[in-house]
Design a protein around this ligand. Sequence first.
Ligand code: SF4
Length: 518
Amino acid sequence: MIHPDLLSDHREGAVGQDGQRLDHAEGTSRPMRSRIREPQPRGARVHGSSPIDQSEAAARFIAATEHEKMHDERLWDLRKKRDRVMHCIEEWEELRELASQIKQHTLANLDQYLEQFEAAATANGVTVHWAADGAEHNKIVHGILRDHGAKTLIKSKSMLTEECGMRSYMASVGIEVIETDLGERIQQLDNEDPSHVVVPAVHKLRGDVAEVFAREFGTDPDNDDVHYLAEQQRQATRPLILGADAGMTGANFAVAETGSFVICTNEGNADLSANVPRLHIASIGIEKLIPRIEHLGVFVRLLSRSALGSPMTQYTSHFRAPRRGGEMHIVLVDNGRTARLGMEEFWTSLKCIRCGACMNTYPVYRRSGGLSYGATYSGPIGLILDPTFDRRKYSALPFSSSLNGSCSNVCPVKINIHEQIFAWRKVMSETHEIPLMKAAMMKAAGELLSQPALYRAAITAADSALRHLPKFLIYNPINTWTRGREMPEAPKQTFHSWWKQHRMEGKAGAAPQDGGGA
Ligand code: SF4
């Protein structure tokens, strides 16, 4: 029987301010309008610890116009849905503030809450392990699987295991890992990493998915109907799920008071991973702790609304103890989190609940695709997390931001994302982690900005150059800034000269007609 509240038009978040019904975002993604197959652009080229060239990968993504347009529209659609459901909750800002404070308190007392969680989970019959880094995490998981003679593992989507490089590790020791989240499974079959923390295959057109399934399952490459594709995937993966030796999940929140954890999904796949095999392993980053079960409601209300613009995820599953006759292991993973907690300017990034809202709103991410970052975490949150893992490799990423602040505005836990991106730029320049040419240009810009007369002369010259120089002198391979950007229209008069002129004439009332900027 359906609860009467669910039939009511007054249910929370079901209708936006403009009266439009709020459907599940993934269910409403638009079909391809064109049958022309544009090859899917691949992500950044990764060579060991060499700095990632995000702009080069972004240029390739932008050149694939169908992909770029779809990606931009699909993510902006999520952003708009987020805005509508956010406006349905009067106390939204109070919720954000509360969530931020709960996280701050938990992180300030993390050692105590972790011990409390371990004790409660152990009392529940769960075995708790501690992993200092990704390598240790993989060894622990492998050890558990080996002890149980497990050869196949079904896995629910988890950014933490991506961070630890678990998939490739397991392949190297002969364990077959099968992703149960549809998007993540598509990425696995296509040998790609997730491109987004919530919707991992969001950069793919339906035709791309049809191509992957045709290659892997022998299905019709010309049929990109979403029901057909989903059914093919279901038929191919179901036997693997039913026959798996072990199941693995991550966790969205871990409750110190109860030793339990919560996973939010829209496909129920975490429930399959946790309940079908007798052995359940959960990998949990230590920052996922919240103190008490009463705090959960704050985060659950914020998470799905921020992520997909839906009031709730379809499944919000609580796990506390092993299933009857089964076994449950929790691996608590640090992997750089303690070090990040000690970073004065960057520790608040540990508040992140991985909703992806900052990515959906971010113009650079929407137009360049998540794989262009060449890292586990992409978009604004990636720009502040990635350098904590490898400063050199991700040294260029903090510069691929417009610093418009929209990411900080939508963040449900109020992380000052754009300020941290800016702070990373300073770190990169102080630690000489930026290319010589860029360092020289920044130094020259600094000199220029510190001398007003020189600056004004340069601006006048630049404006004149913008108006008169041939296009090829501005847009060319040497000027990397104009890759994917357009230069602004040069004003006829700068604000400074307008102000000087009108102040002298004593009639500084009207705004300059040409919108002259200083
Ligand atoms: S930084 Fe904020 S907006 Fe971005 S994923 Fe994390 S919680 Fe969501």
